[in-house]
Design a protein around this ligand. Sequence first.
Ligand code: CU
Ligand code: CU
Ligand code: CU
Length: 455
Amino acid sequence: MTRRSFAQVSGAALALGLARRLRASEKYSSFDGQLAIALEARAAYKTIGGQTVQVMTYNGLMPGPLIELRSGDVLKVRFTNSLGEPTNLHFHGLHVSPGGNSDNPFTMVESGATADYEIRIPSDHLSGTFWYHPHLHGSTAKQVFSGLSGLIVIRGQLDAIPEIAEAAETSLILKDFTFDGSGSIPQASLMERMQGREGRILTLNGEVSPMIAIQQAGLLRCRVLNASASRYYRLHVEEHPMGLIATDGGALPRLDWREDILLVPGQRVEFLIQGNRNPGAYRIVSLPYNRGATGMRVGREANGTLLLGQLTYSGLAERVVPAPDRLLDVEFLPHPNRPNRIFQLSQGMMMSFDINGRTFDANRIDTAVQLGTVEDWDLVNSGQMDHPFHVHTNPFQLVSSDGLTEPAWRDVVNVPRRGRQRIRTRFSDFIGKTVYHCHILDHEDLGMMGTLSVG
Ligand code: CU
Ligand code: CU
Ligand code: CU
């Protein structure tokens, strides 16, 4: 059976309500350098927290199917839009062409239309955790909030480290929802759009407080994605430190033990957990974090800690796998030889959000750069709310105030309220026009996005 017909069979089976039994069909893996799949964006019913609700899905799944690739692969997606409104696809974090029918944020797929995407992954692409979601200006927050997102895994060097290869693997996709009494997602209010809409129900992999299995004495590799439109998470696992091995764009040079990890919208991390406590269940929670939005509170938790899931011991590992210390070398980008660019993120009058005083205009070039050059960008936030800043196509590194570069690849960074960040990036391999923006998707839809032309 070809991959394409496999995807179609899965779709038909899902329509018969067999989604729960077809776990294997939730992952599409490339073979021989290729993966051709059909993705359909459509509404579907799901049970979340005991309530029957209507969400937006890819192929009836929420989160959407996992797409697993290797560097050098070609991904072909026959995309059908059955949402009843225009949408498109963005391949968040991939270092691929931003033009044509590749990762082009200016594409629009009309309601009822089909579009063929072709994503060519360079042969030197870093292994890591990426994702896909809609990116149509004005509709992005609503469609992502309604459930549209899926993981993309690029396998490679990180997966070849023996201890990591031996670890069990799971993904943790964080997504909040709000439903009304009839199970529909209500329209966001003006205040919610200003602050960035947050849902009252927290889901992990589309479920409320699911169990995540870990073997006693085993090593568990978790790929985490914040697929929420606006919500921040400060992840913590009871009695289990998280051994950070990768940020958005790929591996770190060394494993880094953490008690908590801040994940702003769009960000991914990978970490290892050791099953070395007494067998039982341990809470996976989000600790309080103040991003400067005042309107939304979830549940009745007095101290602001929110339950996401339970790490649950199940079975015994065949042998104890230690966590590796050394991972992969990270190339440091050289110092740029041009002055820094300044990006002032601000909230204007009358529900507008802007960058350097201008709201988004797809027909204007805001930033023109030269292929192959390195630049430092100063992201300045003088407002009252944090803004998670995302750049398409090329990952970046953080430069601290004392000039040191963090040895990690990222494509989203939090710019704290009344704070700043310096990022260093190289415009490699691809010319064309793309975008940078706030990943609080309501802010993006309200104008906090600019165009970047690489020539
Ligand atoms: Cu994104
Ligand atoms: Cu923002
Ligand atoms: Cu984007």
